[in-house]
Design a protein around this ligand. Structure first.
Ligand code: ADP
Length: 482
């Protein structure tokens, strides 16, 4: 297993444990404070009840606090006994009438403080702390024999913290064990979640130049990892297509170059062995030069195509009068068409403009016209058309020549592709690759229809340039007036 994946698993588990730990600690503290509040409320309620009970037993007679219980009732006696552990009775001058030992230990108030308690009114709760001891006191004023007295009753609060603290001790002792369990669980879960990633990494490692067909099996879980696998497989598909293209290309190039090179070698060898006169040497050299020309043409065309396809060949963007380009080329080809016994007709709508590169437009039309003339036998005709159609400049080159077999149609734009059986001297098989690139570079579309024995039609649509240069538009106006 690669180390990086391992550490990712570890990091995931640790984050999981940390989050869980923080969460549990927060829960522990919240519980503790909630428990404290509940218990404190209970003590307050109880001390309140104690005060009322004490009040029921108490009466003041001639400056003396008297507790009155039915001596037959044992319960009452015991109850009063407990009540009187924290008790204090004082008059409105602050003079203490009774004070239990328990109360005294918690600290005695001065007469002034007692007087102040009178003013505070009742009921009033006070917590007194002495060392570890905490006592909750409830003060209240009562009337006896027409005078006001202060009664304070208390209860130990030490229990309030006891239970929550015991809870906290148990809870935080158990916490590390809980976190250890979380770690183990998290470790396995993270391992399971990362398994497909490991598989992906392993598959990626197995892939090399010769095993580009390898694909990672999909899990069909429809999750992020499946998306990753799909993206990865798609990338592999593109890579393998590109690889295949490059491989085919190198084979084609070596093949294309080998033929003329063998030709040159043969001619020169034969000349060396058999030629006697200067004339014969000359002939051999001329023949060899023809092949050298072919090689240079291939190399030049390939270089240009490579530059074009890697975006190094910058297109000039300017208004190009397509009608003019086609018209000039038709005129240029007319003589050779006549020589071949072909009729060359043109139907050109004036001033059809696009935005693009004039040189490339020239190349595009030249290739299409040259092909049409090359592959149409004597007596046939080639029709060229230029027109505007729905915002597009349309160039159409149709011939009634030999046509292209259906199975060859998808390949005619490939580099070096020639319809099988075609005379290799007729071309390099690169012309239509150029046409294809030029159309794409001008954001255009191309359509080919062909039938063997009936002919071929290439239709090219390029986005038209609506802003016609000023000089041209005045010519157009003049034409319209005529
Ligand atoms: P080439 O230089 O061989 O003409 P292209 O790339 O221009 O190469 O064309 C590729 C192949 O497509 C040609 O070899 C030919 O077989 C076929 N082809 C192209 N244009 C026509 C056409 N107008 N009629 C018949 N076949 C054609």
């Amino acid at each position: 297993m690669p180390r990086r994946i391992k550490s990712l698993r570890f990091r995931l588990t640790i984050s999981y444990v940390l989050i869980f730990g923080l969460f549990l600690t927060a829960i522990g503290f919240t519980f503790r404070s909630r428990l404290m509040t509940i218990i404190q409320d209970r003590v307050e309620e109880a001390v309140d009840q104690d005060w009322s009970a004490a009040r029921g037993f108490l009466r003041v007679e001639r400056g003396q606090a008297i507790w009155q219980v039915d001596p037959r009732e044992m319960d009452q006696t015991i109850f009063l006994e407990r009540l009187r552990r924290f008790v204090m009775v004082a008059d409105s001058q602050g003079e203490v009438l009774e004070m239990s030992n328990g109360y005294r230990l918690q600290g005695v108030e001065s007469a002034r403080e007692i007087q102040a308690r009178f003013k505070e009114g009742s009921p009033r709760l006070v917590i007194k702390e002495q060392g570890k001891d905490r006592v909750l006191l409830r003060f209240g004023v009562f009337r006896s024999e027409g005078k006001l007295y202060l009664l304070g009753v208390g209860r130990r609060m030490t229990d309030v913290g006891g239970l929550p603290n015991a809870f906290m001790t148990d809870y935080f002792t158990a916490l590390p064990l809980l976190l250890l369990l979380t770690f183990i669980l998290g470790w396995f879960m993270a391992g399971r979640a990362l398994m497909p990633v490991n598989r992906l990494a392993e598959a990626a490692q197995r892939i090399s130049g010769s095993s580009l067909h390898l694909r990672i099996p999909q899990r069909y879980a429809n999750d992020e990892l499946d998306q990753l696998i799909v993206a990865f497989n798609k990338m592999m598909e593109r890579l393998s297509e590109n690889f295949e293209q490059i491989r085919r290309f190198s084979t084609d190039v070596s093949h294309e170059l080998r033929t003329p090179l063998t030709g040159i070698r043969g001619q020169l060898e034969v000349a060396l062995m058999t030629a006697r006169s200067e004339e014969e040497f000359r002939e051999a050299i001329v023949n060899a030069l023809e092949d050298v020309d072919r090689i240079s043409n291939i190399v030049r065309a390939l270089l240009l195509l490579a530059q074009a396809e890697t975006g190094q060949l910058a297109l000039k963007q300017q208004p190009v009068n397509v009608t003019e380009v086609v018209e000039e080329l038709v005129e240029q080809f007319r003589a050779s068409a006549k020589e071949e016994g072909l009729r060359l007709n043109s139907e050109l709508e004036p001033n059809v403009y696009i935005r693009g590169d004039r040189t490339q437009m020239d190349r595009l039309v030249t290739n299409l016209l040259a092909n049409a003339l090359k592959y149409t036998p004597r007596g046939g005709h080639v029709d060229v058309e230029v027109r505007m159609e729905g915002g597009n400049a349309v160039i159409k080159v149709a011939d009634d020549g030999k046509g292209i077999p259906r199975e060859s149609l998808p390949h005619i734009f490939d580099r070096f592709y020639r319809v099988p059986g075609e005379d290799p001297d007729k071309g390099l098989g690169l012309g239509l690759s150029f046409v294809n690139w030029i159309v794409k570079a001008h954001q255009g579309q191309m359509d080919v229809s062909s039938e063997v024995g009936r002919g071929t039609t290439f239709t090219i649509k390029l986005p038209a340039n609506m802003e016609v240069p000023e000089a041209e538009s005045s010519i157009r106006l003049a034409e319209a007036r005529q």
